[in-house]
Design a protein around this ligand. Structure first.
Ligand SMILES: NC(=O)c1ccc[n+]([C@@H]2O[C@H](COP(=O)([O-])OP(=O)(O)OC[C@H]3O[C@@H](n4cnc5c(N)ncnc54)[C@H](OP(=O)(O)O)[C@@H]3O)[C@@H](O)[C@H]2O)c1
Length: 289
């Protein structure tokens, strides 16, 4: 039995669809959900729903019963995530789970502008390794799907990308392709006790994105990279919520510091093709408008 956590979220749902399309019978897949009403579509596919919360160890002990492989999708509640993840690993040990596949985040050595996110991933990876359970750590790249949030949904109208990312590049990947790779790891051999950076075959800067957008929209779209301080000041003056400013700013600085780009072909090998690139993504977003 494979149990997918975060199954009501985008990644978990997508991973379940890929498991099914890679030939895993629905009777061999279970989904961890907090609210079964959010998972009626999965239930209709024959997926067994198991109710559990990362904060509630008893619920996890019940939910993990009889599970061989656990696709552990990292939680989304930053303040309590470390504590939640510790409980997931503890319950996996108690239940005798044989293989944990964990969705972490890509990183390089040294301090990071996104340490507030990376810390939990590092601690969780260590806990999993120390648990003695066979593991595969997926160090996922930034979701390419988030690009419109960074550059602005209406960038074709504003004609400006304004981010403190300098000429830094990112090897972002579509979330669905990362989920497809996770399913591949669960359905094929040879991934035991491996740490996989999962990044795109290309890395691109916001300058290159502005050029591609200029071609697509047939108008000049410019990229300006202010200092972090000026970026924050302008966003605050525009009434953007603080949490959002902090997040965008931290990822932009991480990109400026070359933390978000990496050369690695593991994802390409798992997918059996090159991941979707920037041109295709931007064209599909533009065509949806
Ligand atoms: N690589 C990247 O660029 C990137 C970007 C954003 C996030 N992430 C990470 O990747 C994860 C998956 O991404 P996503 O897009 O699928 O996120 P998402 O759509 O927000 O899904 C998060 C899932 O986690 C579940 N969850 C949250 N807290 C939980 C708890 N206490 N107990 C049990 N389940 C809980 C949610 O359940 P409910 O439906 O009940 O809320 C949901 O199913 C995120 O949670 C985050 O850790 C990565």
């Amino acid at each position: 039995m494979i149990l997918v956590t975060g199954a009501t979220g985008s990644f978990g749902k997508s991973a379940i669809h890929h498991l099914l399309s890679q030939g895993v019978p629905s009777a061999e897949i279970a989904a961890l959900v907090r609210d079964p009403q959010k998972a009626e579509e999965l239930q209709a596919l024959g997926i067994e729903l198991r109710v559990g919360d990362y904060l509630d160890i008893d619920s996890l002990d019940r939910a993990f019963h009889g599970v061989d492989q656990l696709l552990f999708v990292s939680g989304s509640e930053i303040e309590t995530r470390e504590q939640q993840h510790a409980k997931v690993v503890q319950a996996a040990v108690s239940a005798g789970v044989k293989h944990i596949v964990y969705t972490s985040f890509m990183r390089k050595e040294g301090p990071s502008a996104i340490d507030f996110l990376q810390d939990t991933h590092i601690k969780t990876e260590n806990r999993i390794k120390e648990s003695g359970i066979t593991y595969t750590i997926l160090q996922n790249a930034l979701y390419l799907d988030l690009l419109p949030m960074f550059i602005g949904e209406n960038v074709a109208d504003t004609a400006t990308i304004f981010l403190p990312a300098e000429s830094g590049e990112s090897s972002s990947v579509l979330r669905d392709e990362l989920a497809e790779a996770a399913a591949r790891v669960l359905t094929t051999e040879g991934h035991e006790n491996k740490v996989y950076p999962l990044v795109n075959s290309e890395s691109v800067s916001y300058g290159q994105i502005a050029e591609k957008l200029s071609d697509i929209h047939e108008k000049e779209i410019q990229y300006h990279s202010p200092s972090e301080a000026v970026f924050k000041e302008k966003m605050q003056a525009a009434g953007v919520p603080d949490a959002y400013i902090q997040l965008i700013s931290a990822f932009s600085v991480a990109q400026a510091n070359d933390e978000l780009s990496l050369k690695d072909d593991t994802l390409e090998k798992l997918l059996g093709r090159k991941p979707t690139g920037l041109q295709e993504f931007l064209t599909s977003v533009a065509n949806c408008k």
